[in-house]
Design a protein around this ligand. Structure first.
Ligand code: SAH
Length: 388
């Protein structure tokens, strides 16, 4: 599909820069980041992609019945719960579209109905597909409204016959009236129930619930920049806050003395512990906790001026789009690591948090580099280096 003929352009809310050529998109993002941050320091040149298409490794569809019968896959119209029919999408992994098309056919032939949010009737809520860029592994997660999945083994067999490239099929149960796509329970219908992928030379297990950056190629560049900014010498104690499945900490562990990771999502922490093991990383530990609470407790027990206390040298922080918390930033001010590397997918909340971190001249922002993780959208990822 060419980028100019997306049938749901402007409605899906995904590609705001659909008709802009890629170098203009990069210029626009560079200018926006300059407006927000050039009061701090020079903004490095945005890191773009050579091929800005088909980068999304996570694909999501919702299902509904067209005119009461045919089941179709789509995505929600921006800001609504209207389903827009969507087959292929030029920013998504190309392997997903064919699987989605055949899933619709299989749902019909197995007489499975799409879930209706208003009536609560029907089984199939969502499908999520995750792909490993390097390993080629593919996970199909079928989210249903009820634990009863009729003929599930035959269904899995039929799907595998059509798409032997799939490496695992997971049945996920979401029986709550909620906006969340994924529910808590997973049952593997085929394969190991997760995929693995390689990032920066390390192997990572990714479970259905865990966060994983959606653009793997750019993530390697992003982490590369973050590690470069940290300038690790080998003996530092490093915090990986909001660590997800442990990616940044595990990549940094080769260059540091010790790494401590903290993450709220328990499934992600389980993945992180396992990821340390499969990469034979011994100098890392992970904690399931709120990052603000964890680091506040840590600061209360480890006075940086006490020589018997553990001293944190570098903090990597990679919070969700709504940014970090005052509690977290106050604790950073108690610990006063030499460097803070802030990775952000929300430049506005980054601007707010940088102001707080720099309060009282405690830190100076030394370097900022935008990374284009989301070509054709108006979103921009940024990494910032702060020093005492
Ligand atoms: N650094 C990881 C994950 C970044 S996404 C990576 O690059 O892949 C942000 C992560 O913060 C998510 O995994 C989310 O579950 C986690 N998170 C959200 N709120 C949190 C909180 N209050 N404390 C700790 N982790 C949190």
């Amino acid at each position: 599909m060419s980028k100019t003929n997306c049938p749901i352009a402007k409605k899906c809310g995904g590609c705001q820069y659909l008709n802009m050529n890629y170098s203009d998109q990069l210029d626009k993002k560079q200018k926006q980041m300059r407006l927000l941050f050039d009061k701090y320091c020079h903004i490095e040149k945005i890191i773009g992609m050579d091929n800005p298409y088909n980068y999304r490794n996570k694909i999501h569809r919702v299902f509904h019945h067209k005119k009461g019968s045919e089941i179709i896959a789509g995505i929600y119209e921006e800001g609504t719960h209207n389903v827009l029919p969507a087959k292929e999408c030029f920013i998504e992994d190309v392997r997903a579209a064919a699987i989605i098309t055949d899933l619709c056919k299989l749902f019909s032939s197995f007489k499975m109905k799409a879930y209706n949010e208003d009536t609560g009737y029907g089984l199939i809520r969502h499908v999520m597909i995750r792909t490993g860029r390097v390993t080629g592994e593919i996970m199909v997660v079928i989210v249903t409204s009820s634990p009863v999945f009729p003929s599930k083994n035959n269904f899995a067999k039929a799907l595998m016959k059509l798409h032997p490239e799939i490496t695992t099929i997971v049945h996920n149960i979401n029986d709550k009236k909620t906006n969340m796509v994924i529910g808590k329970r997973n049952i593997s219908l085929y394969g190991k129930g997760y995929i693995e992928d390689i990032l920066c030379g390390k192997k990572f297990r990714i479970s259905p619930q865990s966060f994983y950056q959606i653009n793997s190629l750019q993530t390697e560049k992003l982490y590369g920049k973050a590690i470069e900014y940290a300038g690790l010498k080998g003996d530092e104690v490093v915090f990986d806050a909001y660590c997800g499945i442990g990616t940044i900490g595990i990549v940094a562990s080769d260059y540091a003395g010790e790494v401590i990771g903290v993450e709220l999502n328990e499934d992600a922490v389980k993945d992180a512990v396992n990821n340390a093991k499969i990469n034979n990383v011994k100098n890392i530990s992970f904690y399931a906790n709120d990052a603000g609470r964890f680091i506040t407790n840590f600061a209360a027990n480890n006075n940086p001026n006490d020589e018997n206390s553990k001293k944190i040298n570098v903090v990597f922080m990679d919070p969700p789009r709504n940014g970090s918390s005052e509690e977290f930033i106050n604790a950073v001010h108690k610990l006063m690591p030499e460097k803070v590397i802030y990775i952000s997918c929300g430049p506005d909340t980054l601007a707010r948090d940088l102001k707080l971190l720099c309060k009282g001249d405690r830190y100076k922002v030394k370097k900022i580099c935008p990374v284009d993780m989301f070509p054709f959208t108006n979103k921009c990822e940024v990494v910032a280096l702060l020093e005492k």
